[in-house]
Design a binder for this molecule. Structure first.
Ligand SMILES: Nc1ncnc2c1ncn2[C@@H]1O[C@H](COP(=O)(O)OP(=O)(O)OP(=O)(O)O)[C@@H](O)[C@H]1O
Ligand SMILES: [Mg+2]
Length: 169
C-alpha cells in the first residue's frame, strides 16, 4: 500500500502536513498517530482542525482522553491514550462507541488501547530528526489509500514511495 515520507523542519511544517491531510478527508476514518512524547502528534491534529475551520483552541487530550470537535459538518474525535495503565480502560470508559460512530478518530498512543481499537486507515509515525521532525504515513486500508491518492502532489522536498506499484521507468 501507499506510503509517504515528509521531512518537517519546523512546527509550521507539521501544521502544514495536518492541513494537507484535511484535503479529501473522508467522513469516516481511523488514524493512528505514533511517536514519542513531543513528536508532534497533537500539532499535526491542530493543523488539520484549523484548516477545517475550527475556531476554538485545539487542546491536547492527554488529560481528558478525548477532545471531540464538530467542524465542517464532520465529527472528529481526538484521543490520547498515553495515561492508560491498562488497555481495559478503553472499554471501561465506553470509548469503543466512538469508533462505531460515523466520524474521524485521530488516536495518539494507539498501542496503549490495543487490542481493542479497530484497524486504522492511516498510520502516521513522527520522530525527531535534527532540530525538526520526520513523518511517515502508511495507508492500511482501501479508504486510506484513496485518501493519500487524492492529496495534492506533496512538496518537492517530500519523497513518495509505493510498495504496491514500483516507480515507473
Ligand atoms: N516539525 C517540528 N519541528 C520542531 N518542533 C516541532 C515540530 N512539530 C511540532 N513541534 C513542537 O514539538 C512540541 C511537542 O509537540 P506535540 O505536543 O504536538 O507532541 P505530541 O506528539 O502530541 O506529544 P505527546 O505524546 O506528549 O502528546 C511542540 O512544542 C511543537 O511546537
Ligand atoms: Mg499530544
Amino acid at each position: 500500500m501507499k506510503s509517504l515520507d515528509f521531512p518537517l523542519p519546523d512546527e509550521a511544517a507539521t501544521l502544514a502536513l495536518g492541513a494537507l491531510l484535511a484535503q479529501a478527508l473522508p467522513e469516516r476514518a481511523v488514524i493512528y498517530l505514533e511517536g514519542d512524547l513531543g513528536a508532534g502528534k497533537t500539532t499535526l491534529v491542530r493543523g488539520l482542525l484549523r484548516t477545517l475551520g475550527t475556531d476554538g483552541a485545539v487542546k491536547s487530550p492527554t488529560y481528558t482522553l478525548l477532545e471531540p470537535h464538530v467542524v465542517s459538518g464532520l465529527n472528529l474525535y481526538h484521543f490520547d491514550f498515553y495515561r492508560f495503565n491498562s488497555p481495559d480502560e478503553f472499554l471501561d470508559a465506553g470509548l469503543d462507541e466512538y469508533f462505531a460512530d460515523a466520524g474521524i478518530c485521530l488516536v495518539e498512543w494507539p498501542a496503549r488501547a490495543q487490542p481493542y481499537l479497530p484497524p486504522c486507515d492511516l498510520r502516521i509515525g513522527l520522530h525527531v530528526e535534527g532540530g525538526g521532525r520526520r513523518a511517515r504515513i502508511d495507508a492500511e486500508s482501501e479508504r486510506g489509500e484513496a485518501w493519500l491518492n487524492a492529496l495534492a502532489p506533496p512538496p518537492a522536498s517530500a519523497a513518495a514511495t509505493s510498495c504496491a506499484s514500483p516507480a515507473p521507468g
